[in-house]
Design a binder for this molecule. Sequence first.
Ligand code: ADP
Length: 263
Amino acid sequence: NPITTDMQTLMSEVNKFATDKKIEIESLKVREEYRREFIGNVAHELKTPLFTVQGYISTLIDGEIEDEKIIEKYLKRAENGVERLIEIVADLDMITKLESSELKLDVTRFDIVEAFKDVFDMFELKAEEKDIALMFDKENYRKIFVKADKEKISRAIVNLVENSIKYGKPKGTTEVSFVHLTDNKLMVRVTDDGLGIDKKHINRIFERFYRIESSRSREVGGSGLGLSIVKHIIEAHDEHIYLESKLGSGSEFSFTIQKSAMS
Ligand code: ADP
């Protein structure tokens, strides 16, 4: 009977429409939840440094402190708080760009050994403070040319090296090494002998705002966005990032990158 067939077709279309709508609503709900969580995390991250700055400034305005040295110390602490805020806002800005389609890679040919040397120079003081040695492994790397977005890869390197110092043990070592996987693929490794990361955190460590035991991380500052930025940058290049770590013995972050034919 043609009428029954038409009815059946119509009903199946209606059902399909309802299922599609349900899926759409579910995915909107997930996105909304994600957005809410994100805003909550941002607010939480901003609160600590804001209260710090407010605390020191209010104390100074009260005018009860006369000792110049203490005044200077409080001003310095307020300044540190402001710097922390600027860092968080810059990270947020970066992550928003990375997650939107705004991200365009500016791929050029550059020497990745040199890029690491620049980052080592940048962190010379911080590393000295903890007596951490920033070095390449035994190999004598001259130049290794890669094809990638230099600025973004440098940013990823900065985050990895900075973490290796932040979570490194005093008198420790941060070692960079390279493995030529194929003619056009390089593996870059940043290894430290610091705190290490427990197995249960490894899968989540690249998530935005994910930090291990707030107390341990709070002490050293940071937004919990660093590794998420690194992952986005590497994946935007269609490459991979890996982590091997053992609590108490250290971590090894590695990523792949395209070699330039002429290297
Ligand atoms: P942040 O350093 O701002 O907290 P990240 O995204 O860079 O954020 O790192 C997330 C967490 O991963 C850190 O809070 C820290 O607990 C852990 N972590 C990152 N790098 C290392 C490392 N090299 N050794 C040990 N723990 C690390």
